[in-house]
Design a protein around this ligand. Sequence first.
Ligand code: GDP
Ligand code: MG
Length: 178
Amino acid sequence: GNSDTDSKNFRVKLVLLGDSGVGKSCIVLRFVRGQFDPTSKVTVGASFLSQTLALEDSATVKFEIWDTAGQERYAALAPLYYRGAGAAIVVYDITSPESFNKAQYWVKELQKHGGPDMILALVGNKADLHENRTVSSQEAQGYAERNNMFFIETSAKTADNINQLFEVCIRSLVRIDF
Ligand code: GDP
Ligand code: MG
């Protein structure tokens, strides 16, 4: 299955994919540390963060979050990141149609080479920049529905929908109610 269970302790691997600059690292930092650092440096390779959440009845869920970078140049390495992942979060920037195209490339790649049970989430980040929006919510939602993915728009800057994004992934992986 997608999660290893030790009766009440769940462990899940999540991987973030998407064009450079769409905000993958900021999303992870916002979720794990509750921070937004506009001067954060570009990730090289993959960085790994883990976060443990307490559920009811002393159960816990430990996320292993793989934040990736450089797949543009090293696409052959990408399978190393998403192998064994329970969920893949494919991120684009709502102000960048190129990044939305790139997201669709990653979705195809995951559909071909990811595990059959992998949960896929499509994330339109930088929702705070709605005045510069060039990818409509309707278009992205429609694409996500046709591809059996969750869809959510987030802002790592304002924290909008960041917890909801991870909750949606976790809920469907662990099938528990929060
Ligand atoms: P990554 O390459 O996908 O990991 O992207 P980063 O997390 O490094 O973010 C790239 C740039 O986008 C940085 O300058 C961030 O400050 C900025 N950024 C990330 N998320 C948001 C967001 O939600 N809103 C805005 N306005 N900027 C963001
Ligand atoms: Mg990064």
